[in-house]
Design a protein around this ligand. Structure first.
Ligand code: AMP
Length: 119
């Protein structure tokens, strides 16, 4: 059996988190190391390691991630002013936690996206 990810432990409540939203498909909680005034992680309850492993059957859940992101942004009062959604994938995408999640960053102007130097 594969080991539970830290996010599965958060979803199951076995490690603490500041969870702000939970339903049958996704869970959202505050990032422990915020990179913006508001930094929320929206995680699939199913422990899909990354976008690289998504299956056709995950399509509804992945669409739902965006619906929940929109709802959280509206609840934060940034639905109109704007926010950023990021999904890191794999080693070169600098994904740290192998459990599919979307970052929602918000709070003022977030500046240009920090693309790395082209090699
Ligand atoms: P990523 O690099 O896309 O995999 O992002 C992983 C994110 O998870 C980072 O922004 C971390 O700060 C965050 N993180 C790691 N452990 C926890 C935790 N226990 N509770 C909340 N956020 C966490």
């Amino acid at each position: 059996m594969t080991e539970e990810t830290i996010f599965t432990k958060i979803i199951n409540g076995t490690i603490p988190s500041k969870t702000i939203y939970h339903d049958d498909e996704v869970t959202a909680f505050l990032d422990i190391n915020p990179k913006a005034q508001h930094h929320i992680l929206i995680v699939t309850n199913k422990p899909i390691p990354s976008v690289a492993q998504v299956e056709k059957e995950d399509e509804k859940t992945l669409g739902h991630l965006f619906i929940v992101a929109k709802k959280i942004a509206e609840d934060l009062g940034v639905g109109e002013s704007g926010y950023r959604l990021i999904v890191n994938v794999g080693k070169d995408g600098c994904q740290e936690v192998p459990h599919l999640h979307m970052h929602l960053l918000a709070g003022g102007n977030l500046g240009g996206f920090g693309f790395p130097e082209k090699k």
